[in-house]
Design a protein around this ligand. Structure first.
Ligand SMILES: C[S@@+](CC[C@H](N)C(=O)[O-])C[C@H]1O[C@@H](n2cnc3c(N)ncnc32)[C@H](O)[C@@H]1O
Length: 448
């Protein structure tokens, strides 16, 4: 009997009813420990929390903090929570834990699929485990025959690691019956792609094939451990959440077409920042592995064009048409200020080798966010409360007062008031930073 077979046998014993009860207790204690170790709920790392930890993504805030905001507002009332940039689903999962109806939309198709799969935590644990173990067993019986993968994948994995991953992928494809447990198994496979890669990952999620990291895990073992971790988390959530009340849609925050008008009491969200981070690129590794994209062109066509324009790649293909961009009537409340900043950026870029199109990016970003505010006004009730977790930025060292401009655009869309609560300073620590403009991050509260 090999090591995995022995583990598998032990696992069957562990999942008896008696063991389940003590596991839940153990997890409760673990969670309490994690939360009390962190000074405030704001900074509890989601990657330590059940279900949240199934996929690493830059959430922008902690699920524990969301729960606090919800309970402050909720009292005994039934409220409806919404996140228009739901990403990996932090807000809606926290909403479910609070027992309220929670909705989220996400425009990145792959990220939306991940978030939706996380909401399948209420499926039968033993059915999920059986399906996933069948996939693992079948994978082990397959021969080495890696399909041709994009170059990025070959640069991220050694041949033998890729063989195991490929066997798992082919086994999942063979067994896939479009059931919920199959989707959870897909997510388990998605979730091991980083830990099994020897390529470096930046503090954010980009993959850096030229940097290597130590301590990678073999795919079969990583997959097995993940099934176990996911099963434990499912049991825990099933013991604390009594009713499934969360939904995630693939949709555009600039339209919110899947959300009923005048229905939302509370919004907690973190939109993309104007900091040139490319969310399309964030899942390049995973989408390449599953054959969903082959290169930059696919990423642009299948993902980037669907997102709020928050990085220069979004606008690089467009002609230098700043003045036309600034005629967007939704920008009128901030037009004097934004015109000045964008023209300054247009001049500044000529002094830099990369000649990044930040001037177009900033104009496009605020046009997009103006549309978001208009659609949020439509779906929010009259006395709704909204929190945008945002940071300002200074491309090429030119300051963009993001929270102030977003606040002004919210008022122009019909909300009553806004104020900004700073939570931390940014760009003050690093010696080799690109510019010295002090930046901050915090919560933009909008009401009315
Ligand atoms: C800061 S992240 C949100 C992370 C989230 N709080 C979480 O828990 O993972 C911003 C998200 O907005 C998404 N996004 C970008 N443009 C969008 C759009 N037009 N509509 C909806 N979502 C969009 C990005 O794909 C990204 O996942």
């Amino acid at each position: 009997m090999n090591e995995l077979d022995t583990k598998r046998q032990n696992c069957e014993i562990i999942w008896s009813k008696y063991k389940q009860a003590s596991l839940i207790h153990e997890l409760e204690q673990e969670n309490k420990g994690i939360i009390s170790k962190n000074r405030t709920s704001t900074f509890v790392d989601n990657m330590q929390l059940p279900i949240h930890r199934w996929f690493r993504y830059s959430a922008g805030f902690s699920a524990e903090w969301v729960k606090e905001v919800v309970s402050d507002l909720k009292g005994n009332n039934a409220i409806k929570l919404f996140d228009p940039f739901v990403g990996s689903g932090t807000t809606v999962l926290a909403g479910e834990e609070c027992g309220i109806e929670s909705l989220g939309i996400e425009a990145h198709p792959f990220v939306a699929r991940i978030a939706k799969a996380k909401l399948l935590w209420s499926e039968k644990v033993n059915a999920f485990r059986k399906f996933a173990m069948d996939v693992l067993q079948y994978a082990q019986s397959l021969s080495d025959a890696p399909d041709p993968y994009p170059n990025l994948i070959h640069r991220c994995y050694s041949e033998d690691i890729l063989n195991e991953l490929d066997q798992l992928r082919r086994a999942w494809l063979y067994k896939n019956d479009d059931s919920a447990v199959s989707e959870l198994t897909w997510l388990a496979l998605v979730g091991i792609l980083r830990v099994t890669s020897s390529a470096g990952t930046a503090p954010w999620q980009y993959v850096l094939p030229n940097k290597t990291k130590k301590g990678t895990v073999r795919p079969y073992k990583a997959f097995y451990d993940r099934i176990r971790m996911m099963s434990r988390d499912m049991l825990y959530f099933q013991s604390v959440v009594k009713e499934r009340k969360a939904k995630i849609f693939e949709d555009d925050a600039r339209a919110c077409s899947k959300i009923e008008d005048d229905s939302i009491d509370l919004i907690i969200t973190s939109p993309p920042y104007t900091n040139n981070y490319d969310y399309a690129d964030a899942t390049r590794l995973e989408m390449s592995f599953f054959g969903e994209i082959k290169g930059w062109g696919d990423l642009q066509r299948k993902v980037r064009r669907l997102l709020v324009r928050s990085c220069s790649q979004h606008v690089s293909a467009e002609k230098n048409n700043l003045d036309r961009r600034l005629t967007d009537k939704n920008l009128y409340p901030i037009i004097e200020d934004i015109r000045e900043v964008c023209h300054e950026l247009e001049q500044e870029r000529l002094l830099h080798g990369g000649r990044k199109t930040y001037h177009l990016m900033v104009a496009a970003y605020f046009s997009d966010l103006a549309k978001v505010w208009i659609s949020l006004r439509k779906v929010c009730k009259k006395d709704a409360r909204i929190c945008f977790v945002v940071g300002d930025s200074a491309p090429y060292g030119i300051y963009v007062p993001v929270d102030k401009w977003l606040g002004e655009l919210a008022i122009s869309a019909g909300f009553e008031s806004y104020y900004f609560e700073k939570t931390r300073d940014r760009n003050v620590k690093w010696k080799n930073r690109k510019h010295k403009v002090p930046l901050h991050e915090g919560r933009l509260w909008v009401e009315g």
